[in-house]
Write a protein that binds this ligand. Sequence first.
Ligand code: ADP
Length: 359
Amino acid sequence: MSETQTLEARVRSVLSEIKDPETGRKLSKQIHGIVANENEISVKVGLTSFAAPLKTDFQNQVTETLKTNFETDTQQIQVEVTEHDRPAQPLGQVGLTAKAVIAVAAGKGGVGKSTAATCLAIALQRAGCRTGILDADVYGPSIPHLTGVRGQVTKVDNKIQPLDFNGIPLMSIGFMVPPDEAVIWRGPMLHSAVTTFVRDTAWGNLDYLIIDMPPGTGDIALSLSQLLPITGTVIVCTPQEVALIDAIKAVGMFRKVKIPVIGLIENMSSFVCPDNGKEYDIFGKGGAKIYAEQAKIDFLGEIPINIQLRQRGDEGQMSANFDDENIASYLERIAYNLSRTLAEKAAASPVQAQLPVLG
Ligand code: ADP
């Protein structure tokens, strides 16, 4: 074996020990190229679109690992992160092809749950993830309003075609019936609507399905959890104490129906006055973070009160928030933190490799 081959083999073995952020498994099959000699170490490693928000972290981690193991200058190390294709497997009995199902919920209405759900989905998609939005807030579907997407669903080959929001498949009761009809639905009708949403809709191959849950009671949560494994719930709350009490109730409800609560978002956490740049904590600050720590839930981030955010919601222009430097970084942070939380969970209990289906 020549010197060069030996070094390449050593680089491969070091890289193999790094964990894939999506599965928590060894990276071995995601090494797409190695050039290693006395002048340089250049590697090409694959990351799935699911873990795309962690791309910079991943690149840094690979660089650092090589630097430490081979005592090489950073200038001599090149790490290219390419997309590693790993399609989602069908979930549960309904066969939805998604890698994570994230329910965005709140203890009560009006805290910005739909706003947060929409922004989370856009942020994940902008980072490179295949994302869908399901508006399951059947009592008050506001996603059509926030996204500006209107229309009626159509059927192709017996599958309902979701509407398109800048490349994000979108499904809402608002696309099926007039809003005043949906509010009177109860029990079995709601269950069958939710089943239609997840089983009979052509979602395609998704990394994330973001579900905007109705506030309060657990009917829809229970229906959904019977249909497919929900990866986790993200609770949205505002900072004042009375709102936190409702959020705590929501956490209790999800835990009761055995859906893990994985993150907390504090919305309307502060207000920067556009006239004088001064920051005001209108509803107080930090309560949600303290509670998240106590309840062992990851704090995913905060969204300030922002007049444009509200206006863009009313104009169906939510994507424009990502061109606004006063708000974009907060929204991107939440998507990043969610990905990191999921990666930590995968690292702690690696996903089993999918075995080939026999027969
Ligand atoms: P929910 O889904 O909890 O009922 P919405 O997301 O529909 O709440 O938000 C309720 C209202 O509050 C909307 O008009 C929305 O634009 C506004 N809103 C939400 N979050 C913010 C924020 N951080 N700053 C300003 N307005 C907000």
